[in-house]
Write a protein that binds this ligand. Structure first.
Ligand code: MEV
Length: 339
């Protein structure tokens, strides 16, 4: 790879089972999807470290195309917006990643880090982890710093902590290694599932939310009524373990059923919204074998599992006609990779 121009991309994700309970040491099943963040690093045109961000969201209600340029500000320990009077905070993880890689590298270069993401932020598809993984990979290659996959994943986890407070590490791990993973307490195994026909439809409720807020909401509920909420989290954990067996057996109707049960438990946990439950019910009426919210909840996306391509397509059309962005995602996509 030409170290004057490095390009890496990393995938977003959906959690098939076990969001929130995974924060408390229970397992989750998660898959990499076909929306990616690309990070291109070139030599900066100035004697400054530059960051520019553009997005090409394919699943956003407003489908905005942002283009922003920032300059590394070591005094303030942040990237500050260039050519603009108004302050819009940039994700602080970028400063952490850049500072870390530049300090570990032995060479002296001014990079221009360009992020281009297809993954809309704030809807549970792992955009922040994909941004961190892609930028760590591309910037370290540009700075001729060799990072093992473990080191990259660990640094991406540190970046996730800056954004989300107390994350489980599942988002950065799936974005780094890809595939379909059974994840528990920072350890994961790739699931080599048998070939069976399954289609996952993702529907964006159009309601943005913040993972940190919802992780904190669950923590607060646990504090207030430990017995009740611990039981719900345990039940999600048990259900996820059963889902792993169903996945390995290719028992798709059982998987669908477990998804719906998982959603009901997430409702009890207090992270769903009526609109999310309505969307899951609609997907089931449209022929899905089961449906649930995915990610932290409070908005974001729901997923529906189908064993029939035409039914899945019709569900997408129906959701689109109701004004919701919906698409079919392939599963088990590749993790971080260079171009
Ligand atoms: C976020 O994608 C999933 C949560 O379980 C939080 C986490 O695992 O860090 C809600």
């Amino acid at each position: 790879m030409d170290a004057n121009r490095t390009i890496f991309s990393a995938p977003g994700k959906i959690i098939l089972f076990g969001e929130h309970s995974v924060v408390y040491g229970h397992p989750a099943i998660v898959t990499a999807i076909n929306l990616r963040t690309k990070c291109i690093v070139t030599k900066s045109s100035q004697k400054e470290v530059l960051l520019s961000i553009s997005s090409n969201y394919s699943l956003n209600a407003s489908s905005t195309r942002l283009k922003k340029k920032y300059i590394m500000n070591k005094e303030q320990k942040e990237f500050s917006e260039q050519d603009s009077n108004y302050e819009q905070p940039v994700n602080p993880a970028y400063y952490f990643i850049t500072e870390k890689v530049l300090s570990l590298s032995t060479i002296n270069k001014h990079p221009h880090i360009h992020i281009n993401s297809e993954i809309p932020p704030g809807i549970g598809l792992g955009s922040s982890a994909a941004n961190s993984v892609a930028s760590l990979a591309s910037l370290s290659a540009f700075m001729e710093l060799e990072l093992s996959m473990e080191e990259l994943n660990e640094l991406a986890f540190e970046a996730e902590k800056i954004i989300h407070g107390n994350p489980s590490g599942v988002d950065n791990t799936i974005s780094t290694y890809g595939g379909i993973q059974f994840y528990k307490e920072k350890k994961f195994s790739q699931l080599n599932i048998p070939d069976f026909l399954s289609y996952v439809v993702i529907v964006n409720s159009g309601i943005p939310r913040n993972t940190k807020t919802y992780v904190e909401k669950v923590a607060k509920s646990l504090e207030e009524d430990t017995t009740k909420y611990q039981k719900i989290l345990e039940e999600i954990g048990e259900l996820t373990a059963i889902a792993k067996s169903s996945l390995m057996e290719g028992n798709i109707s059982k998987l669908g059923n477990l998804m719906t049960q998982n959603h009901l438990l997430l409702e009890k946990l207090g992270v769903s919204l009526p609109i999310l439950t309505n969307l899951t019910n609609s997907l089931v009426q449209l022929g899905s074998l089961g449906s649930k919210l995915t990610g932290a909840g409070g908005g974001g996306c729901v997923i529906g599992l189908f064993d029939d391509y035409q039914k899945a397509n019709r569900a997408i059309e129906k959701m689109n006609s109701r004004g919701f962005q919906a698409f079919m995602s392939s599963l088990s996509e590749r993790g971080v990779q260079g171009e």
